[in-house]
Each structure stands twice: as structure tokens, then as C-alpha cells.
Design a protein around this ligand. Structure first.
Ligand code: FAD
Length: 372
């Protein structure tokens, strides 16, 4: 009997897309899985993500390769369910402010990697998406037809159904939990409200809180997570299909004929309160919706239905942090920026590592020890 065919008991800590994806794939592979999370599923970054599926721009080759594999897994899901309104591959548009040379350099870089990348201008952008307001475009923009978007709360709901069908258990509202270490090995988690969960493998997938969960284990992971905001528009049937990443607003379609909008120019306007909540002046939200509205149709402003503010997971050096902790065997971590793009592939690779002990070569530069 191979090691993989022996059902292991695994506790996954964190009910965001990384935790749920890994728990689902572990359960499918025969492990006994319990997912434990502080509040409800998607209460962290996964509940307020732009979740543009891409590997555009410049980054390390291993990170690019991982993201391409991430997109590949979404394409498989999309091929199986082509009619979903929460996972689409209708391409994306991107441009920099008044920086034709910068946009062309990025396009040349992408082409050199074989990434599907084309230059468009105001006269040709309608071939990419006729609903884009051509007058808002810079002199040149990049169209990436292979990119897409996903609504993470919908994906999580989909995966949780499959997790439960495969025998997995989901424990929400457990309060803060910590890793139990016995004889130098991870032995489960201890939660504030739901007691202990004993296991022979633990995955810490706590998004931006991952470094603080592993700190008591003597493990340092640099944390560069900024505070960010995602705004959802009121119902606006503007028919936009592409994702747009532009100098003043990033925007994508969202189920229910709404649009999801974010950017980073207003980060300094976000106010952190003593109780851990965040707020922002409504005028800043309105300004973002004016900028986003300019990109679509007749360019009239969008209206905000709701907005969510919180930490966006970003490791200190910007690269994913994935795998088993060297000094706490049995305890694995998954902490990354672009966790939407990477959720399916990381869940797959971690499942393999957790159940077989074999290290996957695609993760070799992303190990947690690089910070120690
Ligand atoms: C505004 C914004 C835009 C983004 N845009 C993109 C994009 O375009 N493309 C892309 O690929 N990615 C994007 N991302 C990143 C992506 O959304 C995240 O990387 C991903 O959602 C992270 O998922 P996660 O499961 O790691 O963490 P989270 O979704 O944060 O989940 C972690 C969970 O762990 C729980 N938890 C924390 N500590 C504890 C504890 N001690 N005990 C129990 N539970 C705990 C939290 O309550 C939370 O539910 C964006 C994120 C944001 C916020």
C-alpha cells in the first residue's frame, strides 16, 4: 500500500480559498479532513478580492510558472462548467498612465515569455470588448486574452459542497486557534470556542494572519500585508466582460450584474480603529467609482452598493510561502499574494506534499525557511 493511500487526519486552519481548496483536495485524496476557521468562511481576504486570474507583468520565473499552472487548473474547472457566472475567461486589459514606453516594455516582456499579449489602442479596443469606453484608454494598452476572473465566495461555496461530499467537515466560528505541538511535531489545533482538533498534519492557511499564527512556534515569516478595499457596485447592466487594470481603478464583472472595483491609491485614506475594524471616507469610495465608471460604456460614474476593507495577504518579499515548517514537522503553511490565481494549484501541490512527504519541485523557492 502506498503512503498516499493511507488516510491521514488533517486539520486545515483558515476558511479562505487556500484552506478550502486544500481541504477539498485532501478529502478527495482520502484524508480525514476538518477545516477550522475563526468566523464564517470567506471572512478574510477571500471575501473581498478582485481575483483577477493572471500572470501578467514581471515576476520571478518560478512564481510565473506557478501562476500559469494556477490558471491551467481554473481552465479545467471552466471547461467542466462553462456556464458559471462566477468564473469567466474573457480576457483583460491593462495600461499605465501616460507611459507608452512602459506599456510597450511590459508587452515585450510578456511576449518573450510566450504570454498571450497584444497592443490595442482607442480604435481597436472594441475588438477586445465593445463595452469598454475607448475614450478612457491611454494611447496604448495591453490586451491579455488568456486571463479571467473568479468570484471567490462562489468558488468557496462550490468547493465546500464537494469537500463535504468527500467526507470533510467544516467548523466555522471556532474563534482564534493555535497549533498544538507535541514532542516537536504538529499534533492538531486548539481553538478558543470549539476545543481541540487532533491530527497528524496541520495546514495553517490563515491569509495575512499566517505569520502571527506560526510565530509562537518559533517560526518567522516576513509579513508585508497592506490594508486594501474592494467595492461592489449597485446593479449595473453595463455588459462588461473583460477585467481592466488601469492607473486609477481596477474593475471586473461580478455575479448579479454588479462590478467589483479596487485599487491602491487610497490606501492612506483607510483608517484603522482600535477594535481592529477599518473605515474610509465615503467621498473616497465615490471618487473610486467615478474613476471606474469612466472605463465602461458612456463613462458615467458607478454607484457603490457596499465596500469591504481589510488586510490583503502579501509575504514580506512578495513571493508565496508554501510547505512544511522545518522545525515543526507535520505543520504546513500557505501564505501568498495572488491567492485567487494560485488557490487550486497550491491546494493540489500541498495535498501531495502532506500525504506523500515528497517535495514538489515547483515549490522549491517558496519554502518558509528562507526568512529564518
Ligand atoms: C482587494 C484585494 C484584491 C486582490 N486581488 C487579487 C487578484 O486580482 N488576483 C489574485 O490572484 N489575488 C488577489 N488577491 C489576493 C487573494 O484574494 C488572496 O491571496 C486570497 O484570497 C487569500 O486567501 P487565503 O485563504 O490565504 O486567506 P483569507 O481569505 O484571508 O482566509 C484566511 C482565513 O483564516 C482565518 N484565520 C486567521 N487567523 C486565524 C486563527 N488564528 N484561527 C482560525 N482562523 C483564522 C481568517 O478568519 C480567514 O477567514 C486580492 C486580495 C484583496 C484583498
Amino acid at each position: 500500500m502506498s503512503e498516499k493511500s493511507v488516510a491521514k487526519t488533517v486539520v486545515v486552519l483558515g476558511g479562505g480559498v487556500l484552506g478550502v481548496s486544500t481541504a477539498w483536495q485532501l478529502a478527495k485524496a482520502g484524508a480525514r479532513v476538518t477545516l477550522v476557521t475563526e468566523a464564517e468562511l470567506c471572512s478574510g481576504a477571500s471575501g473581498r478580492s478582485l481575483s483577477w486570474l493572471n500572470s501578467a507583468g514581471e515576476r520571478s520565473q518560478p512564481y510565473h510558472a506557478l501562476r500559469m499552472a494556477g490558471i491551467d487548473r481554473y481552465r479545467t474547472l471552466f471547461a467542466r462548467h462553462p456556464d458559471l457566472d462566477w468564473l469567466r475567461f474573457d480576457g483583460a486589459l491593462c495600461w499605465a498612465a501616460d507611459d507608452e514606453a512602459g506599456t510597450k516594455a511590459r508587452h515585450a516582456y510578456e511576449k518573450a515569455l510566450g504570454y498571450d499579449s497584444h497592443l490595442v489602442d482607442q480604435t481597436t479596443v472594441s475588438h477586445v470588448d465593445p463595452k469598454v469606453n475607448a475614450t478612457a484608454l491611454a494611447s496604448v494598452a495591453i490586451a491579455n486574452p488568456g486571463e479571467g476572473w473568479v468570484s471567490l465566495p462562489h468558488l468557496v461555496e462550490h468547493l465546500v459542497q464537494e469537500l463535504k461530499a468527500a467526507g470533510g467537515e467544516v467548523i466555522e466560528h471556532a474563534g482564534k486557534a493555535s497549533v498544538i505541538v507535541t514532542a516537536g511535531r504538529a499534533a492538531g489545533v486548539r481553538s478558543e470556542k470549539r476545543g481541540e482538533f487532533i491530527a497528524d498534519r496541520v495546514l495553517v492557511a490563515c491569509g495575512p494572519w499566517t505569520p502571527e499564527v506560526v510565530a509562537p512556534l518559533g517560526v518567522h515569516i516576513a509579513n508585508g500585508s497592506p490594508v486594501s478595499m474592494l467595492v461592489t457596485s449597485t446593479v449595473q447592466d453595463r455588459g462588461l466582460k473583460v477585467v481592466m487594470n488601469t492607473p486609477r481603478a481596477a474593475i471586473r464583472p461580478n455575479p448579479g450584474n454588479t462590478l467589483a472595483v479596487d485599487h491602491d491609491w487610497y490606501e492612506e485614506d483607510i483608517v484603522a480603529h482600535a477594535d481592529g475594524r477599518y473605515s474610509i471616507d465615503e467621498a473616497v469610495v465615490s471618487q473610486l467609482m467615478v474613476e471606474a465608471g469612466r472605463l465602461v460604456g458612456d463613462g458615467s460614474p458607478l454607484a457603490a452598493q457596499s465596500w469591504k476593507i481589510g488586510l490583503k495577504p502579501v509575504p514580506g518579499d512578495g513571493e508565496p510561502v508554501v510547505g512544511e515548517l522545518k522545525n515543526v514537522p507535520g505543520c504546513f503553511v500557505a501564505f501568498t499574494h495572488s491567492g485567487a490565481t494560485l488557490a487550486l494549484i497550491l491546494g493540489e501541490l500541498l495535498t501531495d506534499e502532506m500525504l506523500t512527504g515528497a517535495k514538489h519541485p515547483m515549490l522549491s523557492t517558496f519554502r518558509p525557511e528562507r526568512f529564518s
